[in-house]
Design a protein around this ligand. Structure first.
Ligand SMILES: [Zn+2]
Length: 287
């Protein structure tokens, strides 16, 4: 069954506004030709959303699923790190986490809890899932969904902190510019270095969890979450789809083919339950 699943899977991500601080990389220097204006509506700027915030967001959703099964997950921070708030770290350890790597006896590759298995950690042990950046482009026809790209519109937002003193007439005290992507819709590409049934059980449940809790501050993506950024509609695109079917998901003019509906039923009735079952067993075996 697991052998039917490709190592490359895609998560559909849709959000009205995403802010990842100043870490969006844009290709505006190509588009500008020396007279670039940040906020001109005709700027056709694309860029890259780095995988770091996406990865943390996914991991947090997955950790929550592990907790639902009464399992504990590797804490993302090294046990030996000098945490600014060591009491908070200690509290995390009492609340569904173990010290990063505490689940490993002899640091061989297949050891450890399922979160460690997927995300890896210290000692040069790579995680089994590679989280790629998302390349976005404002021109829909240029977006290659099968390569994990998205339609998205880059904007630079200005935030003014203004004086509270009536005489100052709201004079800005400080101005901050933040990079944002508006109306993002596309694919996030995850590549598994190795496929195991429990990985796909955890991925499916983790993505569902994030979608259900998308307006929870904890599970929004990126920055400016108090301002409604990072509320993400997400779902795992059926891993049984072939490339043509994946493209069709994003074709507004076309619906599912019969074959796609058939695959949806197969996924929902056979594959997903089997993978979720494998996840339950893996967690029950202990970290
Ligand atoms: Zn662990």
């Amino acid at each position: 069954m697991i052998e039917d699943i490709d190592r490359d899977v895609f998560v559909r991500i849709q959000t009205d506004l995403l802010v990842v601080g100043d870490s969006i990389m844009t290709d505006r220097h190509h588009a500008s030709n020396g007279n670039y204006e940040d906020d001109h509506p005709q700027n056709q700027i694309g860029g890259i959303i780095p995988a770091f915030p996406l990865s943390g967001w996914l991991r947090h959703g997955m950790e929550e699923v592990v907790h639902e099964y009464d399992g504990t997950a590797c804490h993302p921070g090294e046990a030996s790190a000098n945490f600014m708030k060591s009491d908070v770290y200690e509290r995390d350890l009492n609340d569904g986490y173990h010290e990063k790597g505490a689940c490993i006896d002899n640091r061989k590759e297949d050891d450890g809890c399922v979160v460690f298995d997927l995300f890896g950690g210290f000692g040069g042990v790579p995680g089994k899932v590679m989280r790629r950046p998302i390349k976005f482009n404002p021109v829909r026809s240029s977006v290659n969904y099968t390569r994990g790209q998205a339609e998205g519109h880059y904007r630079r937002l200005n935030r003014n902190i203004v004086s509270r003193n009536a005489d100052d007439n709201r004079e800005p005290l400080r101005n901050a510019e933040v990079d944002a992507v508006a109306n993002l819709d596309g694919c996030w590409h995850l590549s598994f270095r190795e496929t195991k049934p429990e990985f796909f059980g955890l991925l499916a449940k983790g993505i569902d969890c994030l979608d259900t809790h998308k307006t929870d501050f904890m599970h929004q993506l990126g920055g400016a979450r108090n301002f409604g950024a990072g509320i993400v509609d997400c779902h795992l695109i059926n891993p049984l789809y072939d490339e043509r079917e994946l493209k069709r998901v994003f074709d507004r003019g076309k619906g599912n083919t019969n074959k796609m509906d058939e695959k949806d039923d197969q996924w929902a009735e056979e594959y997903r339950p089997a993978f979720v079952d494998a996840l339950g067993k893996r967690i029950a075996e202990g970290p």
